[in-house]
Write a protein that binds this ligand. Structure first.
Ligand code: SF4
Length: 304
């Protein structure tokens, strides 16, 4: 867990579990997941990480510690001005996938739902991201059967990389209720993706290219496409990073930041980092949060 993070769309991170069952980025043939690579390198010496990334471990108590972090409502972030005035945003499960199969719903309720819903936890907004949206939807149904509501300050998100992974979005739409902020992390993006059919039911899209050894260069046309799709549906859009290998019209572009995450180095039209939440109401609905580096784009009305 970390009270500060360089991840552009959040303030801090917390992991109620360590390790993961894997995904297309981490399996027998592919070892590209950042969390997996970091755990391989430092696991066993760093107590914040699993000893073995392939064996999921529980880390009870971390969520409770994160609830104690100071409220950031009304606070300016020097390095992330697009988060200014918002409550503290906390990314749940950046180095793991808490919905890995061996993690019981009882544990998730106790560690995530109860902490997020606690008096201290309600001061923050929690961004839970998974590559297992079907299991997240099952967990949400299980909570309902227990008479427990999905907390309004717990955002539900899933990561996709390809068009074929969009089928998971249908499960995401079954998480929580009409008040739940649902988001997609399209990162690392491997191909052009059309989200039009789901966007009217989503609140936020984060997009990013791949870092490190890249098999799938990021085409700037993909950013233009997704921005336009989001704008048409009134969905907040956030371009996180362009990645290590960036192309436009077949030409390779190079940036001083090797992750392509410094938006001051990007073409001006791409500098869009919007958030799906109103700083005052802390709810979706009237979601006027809009930050654009050069303010060239008119702030479109995010209210639905
Ligand atoms: S699901 Fe997430 S944490 Fe798990 S291997 Fe894939 S990218 Fe890494």
């Amino acid at each position: 867990m970390s009270i500060h993070t360089t991840i552009q769309w959040t303030d801090g991170t917390v992991n109620p579990t360590m390790g993961c069952d894997g995904c297309p980025l981490w399996n027998r043939l592919n070892k590209r997941c950042y969390a997996g690579k970091t755990t391989r390198r430092f696991g066993g010496t760093n107590p914040g990480l699993a000893k073995n990334f392939d064996v999921v471990e529980l880390a009870p108590g971390r969520m409770a510690m994160a609830t104690c972090w100071r409220d950031l409502s009304g606070t300016a972030r020097r390095d992330k001005p697009w988060l200014n005035d918002l409550p503290r945003l906390i990314f749940v499960s950046d180095m793991s996938d808490a919905l890995s199969q061996s993690v019981t719903f009882g544990y998730l309720r106790q560690e995530i739902i109860e902490q997020v819903s606690s008096e201290l936890g309600r001061r923050h907004q929690w961004q839970w991201l998974t590559k297992r949206p079907a299991r997240m939807a099952r967990f949400s149904r299980w909570l309902t059967q227990q008479g427990v509501d999905w907390p309004t300050n717990l955002w539900a998100g899933t990561s996709i990389m390809t068009q074929s992974m969009t089928k998971g979005i249908n499960h995401l739409l079954n998480v929580g209720d009409e008040r739940t902020i649902r988001f997609l992390s399209v990162e690392p993006q491997w191909e052009s993706i059309d989200l039009s059919q789901w966007l009217p039911q989503l609140d936020w899209v984060i997009q990013g290219g791949e870092s490190g050894a890249v098999d799938h260069p990021f085409d700037l046309a993909w950013a233009d496409e997704l921005f336009e799709q989001c704008a048409e549906s009134g969905v907040a859009y956030f371009l996180k990073q362009l990645g290590t290998c960036v192309r436009e019209d077949g030409e390779r572009l190079r940036f001083a930041d090797r992750h392509g995450g410094d938006w001051s180095q990007w073409p001006r039209r791409l500098r869009v980092r919007q958030m799906p939440i109103n700083a005052t109401t802390k709810h979706r609905g009237v979601r006027g949060r809009h930050v654009d580096a050069d303010l060239r784009r008119p702030a479109f009305n995010l209210a639905k």
